[in-house]
Design a protein around this ligand. Sequence first.
Ligand code: SF4
Ligand code: SF4
Ligand code: FES
Length: 247
Amino acid sequence: MKTVVFKIKRQANPDSAAQWECFEIPWKPGMNVISSLMEIATNPVTTGGVTTSPITYDANCLEEVCGSCAMVINGKARMACSALVDQLEQPIRVEPLTKFPVVRDLAVDRSVIFENLKAVKAWVPVDGTYDLGSGPRIAPSEQEEAYPVSRCISCCCCMEACPQFNDDTGFVGAATIAQVGLFNSHPTGKALKHERLAALMGDGGIQECGYAQNCVEVCPKDIPLTRSISEVSRDVMAQAFTDLFRR
Ligand code: SF4
Ligand code: SF4
Ligand code: FES
């Protein structure tokens, strides 16, 4: 019988030491890492014959839309639901993202991205208490520019791969910068443009980016992060310059 071997890094709680466990499960056509974790959960016995607990992980949509199943698979940050077993070298090594606190096993706390998105006001400000009528029209060419960036699923793969995203820099990361560009380009969203760009100035802001482009290589949604970062960087510089002469 054809089988698949997994080595999975596990951790019982945020403070406990990590350890590796090995599992061998039957091969099935089209299986991916999440379906394999589900299979392991039906009979959580290691290759050494030890009965253990099912592996904890985050997942929801199973179609690369919710952004919750990001893990490090064979050394690369990616979505587990779209990681096809047949395309991976075995044993398949699965680890939690390394730049985020582990909650348990493969589940990590990625709340930092939501705090960063709040800090830059990554939304279109709309007063929903009364009928505003239809919104401003957006030309198809502008929609085509904005759409790729709007596909961000907040998975944090770009931050995991970024050499600048660490506790020393406090860098916000590529996803947040791209969302600043997206909401600043929206006819209603641009009302907060000044505040968004101001939030990217100083420590942890856009100047921390070293343009290494690791982010764009791992983004599962092919978001043009390099273009976004350079456009937002240009806007931040222009605003810093204008603010200087306003004083
Ligand atoms: S370009 Fe490099 S430094 Fe900048 S966000 Fe992407 S990975 Fe990080
Ligand atoms: S920019 Fe790409 S890698 Fe980063 S959070 Fe969004 S979808 Fe994930
Ligand atoms: S489960 Fe939603 S992106 Fe993988």
